[in-house]
Design a protein around this ligand. Structure first.
Ligand code: C2E
Ligand code: SIN
Ligand code: SIN
Ligand code: FE
Length: 386
C-alpha cells in the first residue's frame, strides 16, 4: 500500500470513529471501544487509554488479562503515560525496556512484552490534559510521524466523549436513583403527582437547555440536576406546605426559605452535578427583573440553569393541580409565561420555550393521559423512570 492509500484508508476509519464512540456513556465500555478502534486504525497490537483521576492524582486504565479486565493505576508523573500526562509531550519510543521512564509493572501483570510505544496526551476542548493515549507494538516497524498526527487527532475526538462519560460516572446510576427518590419523598407531601412533576421538570429543562444552545454536557447536567430544585421543601412544616388555601404573608415568608434550605443541603457536595443542583435550588425563584427571592438577583446574575428551571417550574406548577389551586390548561399557562417575559423570566428563555412548546405539550399529554386513565398505578409507572 502506498502512503496515500494508507492515509486514505485511515481517514475513512477516522470518520467512522467519531460517530461510533459519541453515544457510549459508560466509561469502561467507552474506553474499550476507543482502544479497540484505535488499535485497528494505528495497525498496532495494543492501545491503552489512560484517564486522569483528579481526586487521587493518578492515571487509571483497564488492561486485558486473559479474558478479565483489570484496572491499573499509575501515579501522576510516573511511567511513560504519567510522564506524558505531566509534560504534555508526545513520546515515540522504539525500545521500551531501554527507556528510563518505562515502568515494567503492567507487562509483569499481563505477561506481555512491550517493544514500541507511541504516547500522546488527551486534551479537552480547553487544552487541559485529561488523559493519555498509548499505542503499543506497531505491527510493522516503528511508529512514525503519520501515526503521531493520527493518534493526536483521534485523541481530540475521544476527549469529548470521555469527558461526557466522566460526567455520568461522577454520580453512579444508583446514586442518581437515590437522589430522585429523596426528591420525590421531599415533595411527596404536597403533591400527589410529584414523580410526574419531577420528570416534567427534568425533560422540559433539557429541551429548553438545548433550545437556548447550551452544550451537550450542560444539557445533561440540567436534566439530572433540575428535579432537585424543591428539595428544600423537606424543611417546611406540613401546616404551611399542605395548607389547602392561600398562604398568609408570614407563611409565605416561611415558604420562601425552601430555596435556602435546598441550597444548604446541596452546596457542600463535591460533584459538579450537585453543585449545579445547588444553584438551581437556591435561585429558581429569582426573577429576571430583580423582584424574586431569596437574593433579589437580576438578569444574568441568575445562573442560566435557574433561569431555565424557573420557566419550567412555573409552567408545570400551573398545569398541575395543587392543594391551593386547580390545574390550568397548558395554553393558558403558556400565555402566562409569555406575559412574564422580561419580568419574571429571561426573554431569551421564554423564546426558547415557545420554540419547544410542541414537544413540551407532547410530554405533558402523555402523563396527563396516564393520570386520568389509570390513576391507581401512575405513580408506580413513573417511579421506574427514575
Ligand atoms: P409550587 O406549587 O411548585 O409553585 C411554583 C411556582 O409556580 C410558584 O412559586 C409560582 O411562581 C408559580 N405558581 C404556582 N401556582 C400558581 C398560581 O396559581 N398562579 C400564579 N400566578 N403562579 C403560580 P411561588 O409563588 O414562589 O411559590 C413557591 C411554593 O410555595 C409553591 O411551589 C407552593 O409550594 C407554595 N405556595 C405558594 N403559594 C401558595 C398558596 O397559596 N398556598 C399553599 N398551600 N402553598 C403555596
Ligand atoms: C507506562 O506507561 O510506562 C507503562 C504502562 C503501559 O505501557 O501500559
Ligand atoms: C395563588 O395565588 O394561589 C398562589 C400563587 C402565588 O402566590 O404565586
Ligand atoms: Fe420552588
Amino acid at each position: 500500500m502506498t502512503r496515500a492509500e494508507d492515509l486514505e484508508k485511515r481517514l475513512e476509519l477516522l470518520v467512522k470513529f467519531g460517530g461510533s464512540i459519541s453515544t457510549e456513556t459508560h466509561i469502561h465500555k467507552l474506553i474499550e471501544l476507543i482502544a479497540d478502534q484505535v488499535k485497528t486504525i494505528l495497525a498496532c497490537d495494543r492501545c491503552t487509554v489512560f484517564v486522569i483521576d483528579r481526586h487521587t492524582n493518578e492515571l487509571w486504565s483497564q488492561v486485558a488479562q486473559g479474558m478479565q479486565h483489570t484496572e491499573i493505576r499509575i501515579p501522576y508523573g510516573r511511567g511513560i503515560a504519567g510522564h506524558v500526562a505531566a509534560t504534555g509531550q508526545v513520546m515515540n519510543i522504539t525500545d521500551a525496556y531501554g527507556d528510563a521512564h518505562f515502568n515494567q509493572d503492567t507487562d509483569r501483570l499481563t505477561g506481555y512484552r512491550t517493544q514500541t510505544i507511541l504516547a500522546v496526551p488527551l486534551r479537552n476542548i480547553n487544552g487541559r490534559i485529561i488523559g493519555v493515549f498509548e499505542v503499543i507494538n506497531k505491527l510493522a516497524g516503528a511508529f512514525n510521524k503519520d501515526d503521531e498526527g493520527i493518534l493526536q487527532l483521534l485523541g481530540s475526538i475521544a476527549s469529548s466523549a470521555i469527558e461526557n462519560a466522566q460526567l455520568y460516572e461522577s454520580l453512579s446510576k444508583s446514586q442518581l436513583e437515590t437522589i430522585y427518590r429523596l426528591a420525590v419523598t421531599a415533595e411527596y407531601r404536597d403533591q400527589q403527582d410529584t414523580a410526574i412533576h419531577l420528570r416534567h421538570i427534568s425533560e422540559y429543562s433539557a429541551l429548553l437547555a438545548e433550545s437556548v444552545g447550551l452544550p451537550q454536557k450542560e444539557i445533561e447536567n440540567i436534566r439530572y440536576a433540575s428535579p432537585l430544585h424543591d428539595i428544600g421543601k423537606v424543611g417546611i412544616a406540613d401546616a404551611i406546605l399542605l395548607k389547602p388555601g392561600k398562604l398568609t404573608a408570614d407563611e409565605f415568608e416561611e415558604m420562601k426559605k425552601h430555596t435556602l434550605y435546598g441550597a444548604k443541603i446541596l452546596c457542600n457536595a463535591e460533584s459538579t452535578l450537585l453543585q449545579i443542583a445547588c444553584k438551581i435550588a437556591g435561585s429558581h425563584h429569582e426573577k429576571y427583573d430583580g423582584t424574586g427571592y431569596p437574593a433579589r438577583l437580576r438578569g444574568e446574575q441568575i445562573p442560566i440553569y435557574a433561569r431555565i428551571v424557573s420557566v419550567v417550574d412555573v409552567f408545570d406548577a400551573l398545569c398541575m393541580p395543587r392543594v391551593y389551586k386547580p390545574k390550568w390548561e397548558p395554553g393558558r399557562a403558556l400565555e402566562y409565561i409569555k406575559g412574564e417575559s422580561g419580568k419574571a423570566f429571561d426573554p431569551m428563555v421564554v423564546d426558547a420555550f415557545e420554540r419547544v412548546y410542541d414537544q413540551v405539550l407532547k410530554i405533558y399529554s402523555l402523563s396527563d393521559a396516564k393520570t386520568t386513565v389509570i390513576p391507581g398505578i401512575t405513580r408506580e409507572i413513573n417511579r421506574h423512570n427514575y
